[in-house]
Design a protein around this ligand. Structure first.
Ligand code: FE2
Ligand code: FE2
Length: 482
């Protein structure tokens, strides 16, 4: 039942793609499996691998009740290959082939481009697990520890999702790419992960929450664009990944929100009205709001680089080819071909940042980035409601897109968080007020003391409003005693 909804849990690899009857691909995946488990043991979460964690596992791909919760040791998690149900008679929704029957096989002329898209997406999945591997031992609660591990096992599953496509549709090339995905390492000098933000470290839990809020959200946007693909197996793969990704967004947004809430509460209790009175706020064992802003500035700017150059022929080619669409392409009401359309792009012209209309096909990275910024802004607005309700005169904001960039139009300049251009000297002088300083990092690190009693939380973060799977407040999400 290759197009079925039910997941076959009988073999080594749970799947709803008919692996039992697909000897060649099953063999390739089973051959890859031990290397994956080795990678997980070496580069996955440090410690806790033999502990029981209350995790959700996908048991179906329908919109209702697709997951079940239960205690599992992480190395025994059932990583599988799951595609969203096929849409009957699906057509290629955009680009030069718009309206033709969606491809069930790789179109020969786009083989290299498609492989590249899969490898780049695939590379980010294990990278974030590697970046987060040290965090278990400093978790602020068992609830948060469990959420970290949930995100980690699902990023592992996302790697499986891309490896399945590579091995099924790309033969020997695909098998080689699948090996390479296990070989590269986040932050490694000789063999780094492919994209910059995935080689940065995630040294503490504030970074983790910011990463899941900002950087996993780039993942969401990329998956949403690939979910529109005319290559139907990729579309179905990404549609299912998005259901898991929603939890990663939730972990990031509520993580930061609970920090904000705790800080505001502590300030009110202590009668501190001035959010910039950092020393007094920190003395309460909570993270001051200006530090949260600097952390957000860092993670937002690193993530914007993932969208690539504002003007890009690669992006135009992938769209024309029908491989990668726009965010919510199916909800847009233009011609989905874009040959005559333009899109406003912010550019650097004679030392000023201006908006310029550019051929829409070339501006697809910019457009996806704009959609991303809007999506991220909605979360920031929700954080600010917490601060507002506490009556504290401070608002978090997203920095200007020109701030702290390494890629694209603004890589060449320095700009402050408002987008005002700075000289190199001004940047050096002001950098520490806009990006986390060594002192900020030291302070945040000093708070990273593990809390492992069920129902207890570190001083700097509020408990969640409700438990995972509606569990009670003192639920033992991770059984710490072996
Ligand atoms: Fe992912
Ligand atoms: Fe994710």
């Amino acid at each position: 039942m290759p197009d079925g909804i039910a997941v076959d849990y009988n073999g080594l690899i749970p799947n709803n793609v008919g692996l039992a009857a697909d000897w060649r691909v099953r063999k390739a995946l089973e051959t890859w499996h031990p290397g994956y488990i080795d990678w997980w043991q070496q580069m996955g979460p440090q410690g806790f691998q033999d502990r029981l964690v209350y995790l959700r596992t996908a048991v179906g791909v329908g919109s209702e009740g697709w997951a079940k919760f239960g205690y599992v040791k992480m190395p025994e998690y059932r990583w599988g290959v799951l595609l969203a149900p096929a849409v009957e008679d699906r057509k290629i929704p955009f680009g030069a082939h718009k309206g033709e029957k969606a491809w069930q096989d790789v179109p020969g002329e786009y083989r290299a481009m498609l492989r590249r898209l899969l490898v780049i997406q695939g590379d980010t999945e294990p990278a974030s697990v590697e970046q987060q591997r040290h965090l278990g031992s400093t978790a602020p609660s068992l609830y948060d520890m469990r959420n970290l591990f949930q995100v980690n096992v699902e990023e592992g599953r996302h790697l499986w999702a891309m490896v399945y496509l590579l091995q099924k549709y790309f033969g020997r090339d695909g098998r080689e790419e699948a090996e390479e995905l296990l070989r590269r390492r986040s932050g490694d000098q000789d063999s780094p992960r492919m994209l910059g933000a995935f080689n940065e470290s995630t040294p503490d839990w504030l970074s983790f929450f910011m990463f899941t809020f900002f950087t996993d959200r780039d993942g969401k946007m990329q998956l949403a664009a690939l979910a529109q693909s005319g290559f139907d197996p990729l579309s179905r793969t990404c549609r299912f990944m998005l259901t898991e990704e929603a939890h990663h967004m939730f972990v990031g947004e509520t993580g930061v929100q609970r920090i904000v809430q705790r800080t505001c509460q502590a300030m009110r209790d202590a009668g501190i009205d001035d959010p910039t009175d950092v020393e007094r706020v920190r003395a309460l064992g909570v993270i001051d709001l200006p530090t949260l802003q600097r952390k957000a500035n860092l993670h937002f700017s690193l993530t914007l680089d993932l969208f690539g150059n504002e003007i890009s022929t690669n992006a135009a080619n992938a769209f024309n080819a029908g491989l990668k669409g726009r965010y919510r392409e199916d909800k847009l009401t233009d011609d989905h071909v874009l040959t005559n359309a333009t899109y406003p792009v912010s550019r650097l012209r004679d030392g000023a940042i201006v908006q310029e209309d550019v051929a829409a096909l070339s501006a697809l990275n910019m457009r996806l980035r704009d959609d991303y910024v809007e999506d991220a802004q909605a979360g920031v607005t929700r954080w600010n409601r917490v601060i507002e309700r506490a009556g504290i005169p401070f608002r978090l904001s997203l920095p200007h897109v020109a701030f702290n960039r390494r890629i694209g139009e603004f890589a060449a300049i320095h700009a402050d968080a408002e987008g005002t251009m700075l000289t190199a000297e001004q940047w050096e002088a002001r950098k520490e007020t806009m990006l986390p300083s060594a002192d900020d990092s030291r302070f945040v690190e000093s708070l990273m003391q593990p809390v492992q009693q069920p129902g207890a939380y570190a001083s700097w973060i509020a408990p969640p409003r409700i438990g995972i799977d509606n569990m009670p407040g003192d639920f033992e999400y991770v059984k710490i005693e072996a």
